[in-house]
Ligand binder design. Sequence first.
Ligand SMILES: NC(=O)c1ccc[n+]([C@@H]2O[C@H](COP(=O)([O-])OP(=O)(O)OC[C@H]3O[C@@H](n4cnc5c(N)ncnc54)[C@H](O)[C@@H]3O)[C@@H](O)[C@H]2O)c1
Length: 358
Amino acid sequence: MNAPVIGRKLQSVENGMFDHPEFRGHEQVVFGHDRASGLFTIIAVHDTRLGPALGGCRMWAYASSAEALTDALRLSRGMTYKNALAGLDLGGGKAVIIGDARSAKTPELLAAFGAQVDRLGGTYITAEDVGISAPDMEIVATRTDHVRGTRATGLGDPSPYTALGVFCGIRAALRHRFGSDSLEGRRVCVKGLGHVGMDLAGQLHRAGARLVLADIHKPTLEDAAARFGAEVVAADAAHAADVDVFAPCALGAGLNDETIPQIRAGIVAGAANNQLAEERHDEALRERGILYAPDYAINAGGVISIALATPGGDDALVRSKVEAIDETLTRIFERAERLSLPTQQVADTLAEERLAAA
Ligand SMILES: NC(=O)c1ccc[n+]([C@@H]2O[C@H](COP(=O)([O-])OP(=O)(O)OC[C@H]3O[C@@H](n4cnc5c(N)ncnc54)[C@H](O)[C@@H]3O)[C@@H](O)[C@H]2O)c1
């Protein structure tokens, strides 16, 4: 991308910030540029009523700076809700770096990003996200203390904690739906066998579940199927598998007008972010009698581990907080049933209640 062009586009977007469709009372949005390294970053602080805004930094080859702003606004608000519902004393924020992580990421650019974060004086705490790895965060940390998930502050890869939270969430959903959280003989379809999905599949297998697996990466799928004695299903048919639980652990927007009528599972509970293609799809799931575990409630294990880990500390506190996702989801399911509301709407309300009380 040509730097001066980006600069002009950012200027024009900034002028329209408060009219932006994704603007929802964000407290601060910072547009950062570093001439020497070519850094273009947007840091969005949505809400700090519960504490400093924690949220990852995403590096992506956005087609335009307007697209990057949209992502920063939307994702930072999502972090406010996720952190509030997870019971963390942290607000919501997110950073995006405009550029291709494979070709444009340099130590100088990461250090310059760290300097931008530092300028916010702790209002925003950064962590890894898509395109930014744990080693990258070590470089960011050379310029700011407002970083989590580094060797000095964390327990390492958050994915096992995310998987643990999803496993606990699936049990909560089973208990609510069937009166027993036993996985013995339950059929579960896991779509996406990456860092989270593979770990989750292992936990489900050990607990006695019968697995149906899907992934677009054939070697991964074949390896998992052999290890867990699982059936395989085509990735684009996974949502329609004849199972008790469908666990989407790949990309978002998988629950939409086309897929929802085809879902045979009574429960949808997985790690993927932004599973609903549109907000109204939570009601579509409810109408079909499908119990949906809101994505940001069930996949909060990773952020809990990032937020609460202490250097060299054991992970007992973190694990107990992650396991409490079971209770959070149970509250959501019970309230949704009592009020005949979709579960995502109830999750949003619970998060908003906590924010309002802060
Ligand atoms: N890693 C975490 O701690 C964490 C935390 C919260 C949310 N999430 C969300 O969980 C999801 C999985 O995260 P991850 O870290 O395991 O990612 P990952 O990149 O390690 O794994 C994703 C897997 O999904 C597969 N995949 C991609 N598209 C697919 C498709 N259309 N059909 C089937 N499989 C497909 C990939 O081949 C890969 O194996 C993402 O949506 C992520 O945003 C992850």
